[in-house]
Design a protein around this ligand. Structure first.
Ligand code: GDP
Ligand code: K
Ligand code: MG
Length: 292
């Protein structure tokens, strides 16, 4: 018998959704930083076995949209409710507030099985853990609760086994050697964006989008040319930095990660361009893959 289905990870920003998805897939498909809104898209990660295929989807954290880009990000979250066989609702130890009541009601009224993953238990003690498990079992009575550490891989296997049990009998949806639905360029864009999130402060990370305009794969090397889009001239100066050192660091760190990801040498050419208000411009957003 072969099982296959869709498993969607939802929850507040920064609880560890992308960390979990990468842990399941065993590859860094989703970028991870300590900043909210690191994940902007819905990203599929596929785990293949002889008699199963689990199609996970990582989504942006649940927020109240303030501009067009965020509207689109929440569209990805909404669709995650609609096509799942199993919902993974992730919360973190110490989390109290539910940022969006409507989403929370969808979870508690879900007809789809819900696994509530209480993450980051590596940061808690036994007493705190027991209190939190009690709390969440009252808040979401329809869920099965798994205390986990996505970062350390604790209890991950148990969650995975339960997912497989819950999946319907079905042939695979994607070829068995496929890991994701996203093209190579997407991972280049995202890796560069991760480095920007890590190294620049305040509004810079949120004003940035990356677009890989050229991608040439040769036998021993991949050559790419990517543009970093910002909204204002001053932001361009900050991204580049004194004598270009700041931008250079982004390029060097992204290259190291991407060489691991592709298993090949990579040459990245980076440049910065001002593109006013791309976050509010529907046509620009479509171009960057936010149409959903
Ligand atoms: P997302 O916004 O829900 O996708 O969260 P991320 O996966 O980007 O993680 C947000 C932050 O929490 C990052 O700094 C992670 O390293 C950290 N994190 C994720 N899982 C764990 C965990 O199990 N334990 C601890 N201590 N930190 C974690
Ligand atoms: K994050
Ligand atoms: Mg994320």
């Amino acid at each position: 018998m072969h099982k296959a289905g869709f498993v969607n990870i939802i929850g507040n920003p920064n609880v560890g959704k992308s960390t979990l998805m990468n842990a399941f897939v065993g590859e860094k498909l989703s970028i991870i930083t300590s900043k909210a809104q690191t994940t902007r898209h819905r990203i599929l990660g596929i785990v293949n076995g002889e008699d199963f295929q689990v199609v996970l989807s990582d989504t942006p954290g649940i927020i109240k949209p303030a501009y067009e880009l965020q509207e689109s990000m929440m569209g990805f979250v909404k669709s995650a409710f609609e096509d799942a066989d199993v919902l993974l609702y992730m919360v973190e130890i110490g989390e109290q507030e539910l940022k969006d009541e409507a989403f929370f009601n969808k979870i508690t009224n879900s007809k789809i099985p819900v696994l509530l993953l209480l993450n980051k238990i590596d940061k808690s003690n036994q007493e705190q853990l027991e209190t939190q498990v009690q709390l969440w079992s009252e808040k979401v009575p329809n869920a099965e609760i798994f205390p986990i550490s996505a970062l350390e891989g604790f209890n991950i296997k148990e969650v995975f086994n339960r997912i497989i049990e819950l999946l319907p009998e079905s042939p695979a949806f994607y070829p068995k050697d496929q890991l994701t639905d996203k093209p190579e360029r997407f991972f280049i864009n995202e890796t560069i964006r991760e480095k920007i999130l890590m190294h620049y402060k305040k509004e810079i990370p949120y004003a940035v989008e990356v677009d890989t305009e050229e991608f040439f794969e040769e036998e021993n090397i991949i050559r790419v040319r990517s543009v970093i889009m910002v909204e204002r001239e001053t932001q361009k100066g900050i991204i580049i930095g004194h004598k270009g050192t700041a931008l250079k660091r982004v390029g060097v760190e992204a290259r190291k990660d991407l060489e691991k990801f592709f298993g090949k040498q990579i040459h990245i050419e980076l440049y910065v361009k001002v593109n006013k208000n791309w976050r509010s411009n529907v046509n620009q957003l479509k171009r960057f893959g936010y149409n959903n």
